[in-house]
Design a binder for this molecule. Structure first.
Ligand code: TYD
Length: 142
């Protein structure tokens, strides 16, 4: 059974001088962060992502503006509207995710459990479905 996506409420320190949120490995993050990247200056109507990972675990945060993350588990999809900088969407491996409907000036921060390896990407949906239903561990005993 592959883990489903999950919305995590990050701590929010309200302050008249401006609010503050944070995350740290030991409390809010279910993996060790090996990489951070961010997506910005997305033209209206553009779509990013649309792939899955074999191994990489991710957290996606809308630091500014808003966008939707569509997560497909191979048989059904869920749409997460990201618009609060104190929400993090956890996406375990072997979930197909697409980022779309970016607002002007939106900024998507992605924290990942692996460094960048092109061979961790699954970029074809039919291959994703095969990988999703392949036996865990790769050994098929009948
Ligand atoms: P990619 O993840 O394919 O973006 P999208 O799925 O939204 O189109 O990344 C686009 C390019 O950026 C890809 O060719 C490789 C490069 N890249 C890195 O070099 N390091 C990274 O950590 C990421 C995420 C991408």
């Amino acid at each position: 059974m592959h883990a489903p996506p999950r919305l995590i409420d990050l701590p929010k320190i309200l302050d008249d001088r401006g609010n503050l949120s944070f995350l740290q490995e030991s409390d809010q993050i279910p993996f060790k962060i090996r990489r951070a990247y961010w997506v910005y200056d997305v033209p209206g109507g553009e779509v990013r992502g649309s792939h899955a990972f074999h191994r990489s675990h991710e957290l996606i945060i809308a630091l500014s503006g808003s966008f939707d993350v569509v997560v497909h588990n191979g048989s059904e999809e869920q749409v997460f509207s990201m618009k609060r900088s104190y929400h993090a969407l956890e996406i375990p491996p072997l979930n197909w995710r697409t980022l779309r409907d970016f607002s002007t000036n939106s900024l998507a921060l992605i924290l990942a459990s692996t460094e960048y390896h092109e061979n961790d990407y699954i970029r074809a949906f039919d291959k994703f479905q095969l990988a999703r239903w392949a036996p865990v561990g790769g050994h098929d005993h009948d």
